[in-house]
Design a binder for this molecule. Structure first.
Ligand SMILES: Cc1cc2nc3c(=O)[nH]c(=O)nc-3n(C[C@H](O)[C@H](O)[C@H](O)COP(=O)(O)O)c2cc1C
Length: 183
């Protein structure tokens, strides 16, 4: 007998792994809610003809998605546009605090907004990632502090990630409850 479970591809582009962790959590959550899910790096993305829905995530570098995520989205623009699509990014802006940070944080970088606009996702969401400042220039760290970013380390908000996953599950009509433990 064929399963009626929606087939969902959870695709990600990561430099240091925190986006992959989030994608794997979303995949596990949707699986528990009853979806048939495959999670993969965009470099090893499955053929989308087998999937009705896609969740696509990327780390943010230099106010843009990683080149692999951008290239994948451009190359598969038509297929993505025709599917139920959710996009998330993983960067620093949701972790910015104070009066300046609260003003700047919600602004979607231009190139990300343009790319999202080209594939019509149901929703785009930015999550805070992991930032230890290693390999980042003194100037970039100073800018981060001036914009209201005082914190380093693992800044991921797993409750927010679970709540967003719940919205996807509801959008897909998944009714099964989930008890996926937060990391
Ligand atoms: C070289 C570099 C550039 C970055 N540029 C940005 C940026 O422009 N905006 C932002 O919000 N975060 C930026 N970040 C922070 C990363 O997006 C954050 O560390 C994220 O968690 C990385 O995800 P990953 O672990 O999946 O690679 C940058 C990090 C690095 C190392």
């Amino acid at each position: 007998m064929e399963s009626n479970a929606p087939r969902v591809a959870v695709l990600y582009a990561t430099a240091q792994g925190s986006t992959r962790d989030i994608a794997e959590f979303i995949a596990a959550y949707l699986t528990e809610r009853g979806a048939d899910v495959e999670a993969a790096d965009v470099h090893h993305a499955p053929d989308l003809s087998n999937f009705g829905a896609v969740v696509l995530g990327s780390a943010v570098h230099d106010m843009d998605l990683l080149p692999a995520a951008t290239a994948y989205t451009r190359a598969h623009r038509d297929e993505l546009s025709r599917r139920d699509l959710w996009i998330f990014s993983v960067g620093l802006s949701p972790a910015l605090q104070g009066p300046i940070g609260r003003r700047i944080g919600p602004i979607v970088p231009k190139r990300i907004a343009a790319l999202c606009g080209s594939v019509y996702p149901w929703e785009y969401r930015a999550f805070a990632g992991h930032y230890d400042g290693i390999g980042v220039s003194w100037k970039a760290r100073m800018l981060y502090r001036l914009m209201g970013g005082g914190r380093y380390g693992d800044l991921r908000d797993w409750t927010a990630i679970r709540d967003w996953s719940d919205g996807i599950a509801r959008g897909l009509g998944l009714r099964q409850p989930a008890t996926t433990a937060l990391p």
